[in-house]
Design a protein around this ligand. Structure first.
Ligand code: GTP
Ligand code: SPV
Ligand code: MN
Length: 597
């Protein structure tokens, strides 16, 4: 078999080695052309891997179902394989690289027999830009190829930009038997290598995304002096036409896509405010020559949560997903060959298949057992092109990225965290990020709704020791002359019946307005033990169904709850271990002292 599919010796040698291992019947280079993609779509429809949807209603759209045991990221089977265990840290799973290569080689062996090996050359960020990093993913899945074509910049120009260099991330993916007991998502940061086996699901197999653009990139960022973060990037345009950029880190399925594409409340629209989306999941951040922090979105599309997306919550995401889109694990409406998910509208299809492909009876839906009774899986997703997003920023393809005014952290907390507060410095802001906690969601396998610490929304994605990662944050603060201000938000406080108190979605703009006003020094705040909290009057609730007392409640800081939280933070810091920077312990002690006063 001809394994010389490129002009690059390093690429060809690696492909030959991998082909020897997995034993494909043929090798196909993905060139980024529409003709090739169209042929692959046709083939996937023929084998049942994808279903072509109603092309009048959903032009260019397809449906895919993953295996029933393969519907989310698998954190307990995700490994960082550094030669020294301590470099992966206590929060990551670690395996010795040699042992891991050997173990996985057995699983890969002959796994492509009778199949095609697709070679996907892709770029994270604009090809040829200063931020760009290149990768090649080998896969046996057309679904992966078609997703990567949307999510990254794929094509022969990537190979041209790579030239004869060996500096690319080597990704090997095989579905193998889709056996969850043999599923491994392994990262070898010292070798620029990612190995993923026995999965066909999103974050486990689209190797440019979490594996490369977060785990490997965070490792590279520390070495090279930049940051890779689980952050959306949005621009807020004022009536004067000035655009301010904000990044925000929320854990998986906690509202990044929604905030990134928000439509401002009517009163703001009438005044001339607009919101532009630069990215919804990942930000690469660097210090610019002007001393500010600059952000790019290394991705080219959105792999967004479907459930809850509708005409009111996120019309921009809905419209983005209405063409050239791959739906994964949603409900299939057989009457008109379209798709549906919980929270799309109040009319579940009567003649439909659920995410498993079984005949589905919407009347049997039980909120307590969503996975088995819903039409769409709670972690069902749409893969859609950024270029199709009505509010995509004109800076989306700008190689320089955008300057960041504010960084926002946030999580799902029923109590404790107020609607919004501001940290008092970069160091204190790093502390605020490090103590983030959130209820777990369906985005990862395991229990849902359990509060766990998720620092900077990066717990599953830091490619090295968490303590070193925090030290890197502190160090970055020292080299950014004009650093963004750091905030924390919580859209998810609930009342005694468990209902969300804050309306959320587009109305989150009201909180962003306070954040920008703080950055410009235009509004006062109340100093509390945890940081600066708004005066309730300064959160604009005109036109909302809530009163100022409710806002006061949302902004309240319960010292007892926070002291409880401090205990959990101490435990977590102890678990992270020796490399927790002393500055963060200083911050924690100061917080405890202020709370105890
Ligand atoms: P990943 O792609 O997993 O990283 O997630 P994400 O952070 O982009 O989450 P996304 O915006 O897709 O939101 C996940 C879920 O949270 C969806 O079901 C949303 O409807 C819901 N959600 C988002 N924003 C809000 C909000 O402001 N309030 C409430 N109550 N729910 C929200
Ligand atoms: C997340 O889980 O944070 C996602 C989806 O964005 S996945 O690509 O599956 O990781
Ligand atoms: Mn994510």
């Amino acid at each position: 078999m001809n394994t010389c599919v490129t002009n690059n010796k390093f690429v060809n040698e690696w492909i030959a080695e991998m082909a020897e291992l997995v034993n494909p019947e043929s090798i196909v280079l993905i060139d980024g052309s529409n003709e090739q993609a169209e042929a692959l779509r046709a083939e996937a429809c023929k084998t049942g891997e994808m279903i072509k949807l109603n092309q009048d209603k959903l032009p260019g759209c397809y449906l895919h179902r993953t295996a029933i045991n393969d519907v989310a990221r698998v954190e307990n089977r995700t490994f960082i394989c550094t030669s020294k265990k301590e470099d992966a840290g206590n929060i990551n799973n670690w395996m010795d690289p040699k042992e891991c290569y050997e173990k996985l080689s057995k699983l890969y062996k002959g796994s492509y027999s009778g199949k095609t090996m697709y070679v996907i050359p892709y770029s994270m960020s604009v090809v040829g830009s200063d931020f760009a990093k290149y990768g090649i993913e080998l896969t046996d899945s057309i679904y992966v190829v078609l997703n990567m074509l949307i999510m990254t910049r794929v094509g022969l120009n990537v190979l041209d930009a790579l030239g004869d260099s060996g500096d690319f991330i080597k990704g090997l993916h095989a579905r193998a038997e889709l056996d969850e007991e043999k599923r491994y998502i392994c990262h070898f940061p010292e070798d620029n290598t990612i190995w993923s086996v026995n999965s066909g699901y999103g974050g486990n197999v689209l190797l440019g995304k979490k594996c490369f653009a977060l785990r490997i990139a965070s490792y590279l960022g520390r070495k090279e002096g930049w940051m890779a973060e689980h952050m959306l990037i949005l621009g807020i345009e004022t009536p004067e036409g000035e655009v301010k950029y904000v990044t925000a880190a929320f854990p998986s399925a906690c509202g990044k896509t929604n905030l990134a594409m928000l439509i401002p409340p009517e009163a703001y629209r009438n005044k001339g405010y607009k919101v532009w989306c630069v990215g919804d999941d990942i930000a690469w951040l660097r210090v610019g020559s002007d001393g500010r922090l600059w952000a790019v979105n290394p991705e080219n599309g959105f792999f967004g949560v479907a459930p809850g997306t509708n005409e009111h919550s996120n019309p921009n995401a809905l419209h983005t997903s209405m063409r050239d889109c791959i739906f994964t694990n949603v409900c299939h409406n057989l009457d008109d060959n379209t798709v549906w998910w919980e929270g799309l509208d109040e009319n579940p299809p009567v003649n439909a298949l659920n995410w498993k492909g079984e005949v589905w009876d919407y009347k049997k839906y039980d909120k307590k057992d969503k996975v088995n009774t819903s039409g769409a899986h709670p972690n069902s997703r749409f893969t859609a092109m950024a270029a199709n997003c009505p509010c995509i920023s004109d800076k989306f393809n700008d190689p320089a990225g955008v300057p960041v005014t504010a960084i926002v952290f946030g999580g799902r907390r029923a109590k404790t965290a107020p609607l919004v507060y501001q940290s008092t410095s970069w160091q204190n802001g790093t502390f605020v990020g490090s103590i983030m906690a959130s209820e777990t969601t369906a985005a990862a396998a395991g229990a849902v709704g359990v509060v766990r610490r998720d620092p900077m929304a990066m717990r599953p994605f830091v490619g090295y020791d968490m303590g070193d990662y925090w030290a890197h944050w502190l160090n970055m603060g020292k080299v950014i002359k004009n650093p963004p201000k750091i905030f924390h938000v919580n859209w998810f406080r609930t009342d005694d019946e468990g209902h969300f108190i804050w309306p959320g979605f587009g109305d989150n703009m009201r909180v962003l307005m306070w954040i920008l006003a703080r950055c410009e020094g235009k509004v006062d705040a109340v100093e509390t033990p945890i940081g600066y909290v708004p005066n309730a009057e300064d959160i604009d609730i005109a036109g909302l169904d809530i009163d100022i007392e409710t806002v006061r409640g949302l902004l309240s800081v319960d010292k007892e709850l926070w002291l409880e939280d401090c205990k959990a933070i101490r435990e977590f810091y102890a678990q992270v271990g020796e490399r927790v920077p002393a500055e963060l312990y200083t911050e924690l002690e100061a917080l405890e002292a202020r709370l105890a006063k």
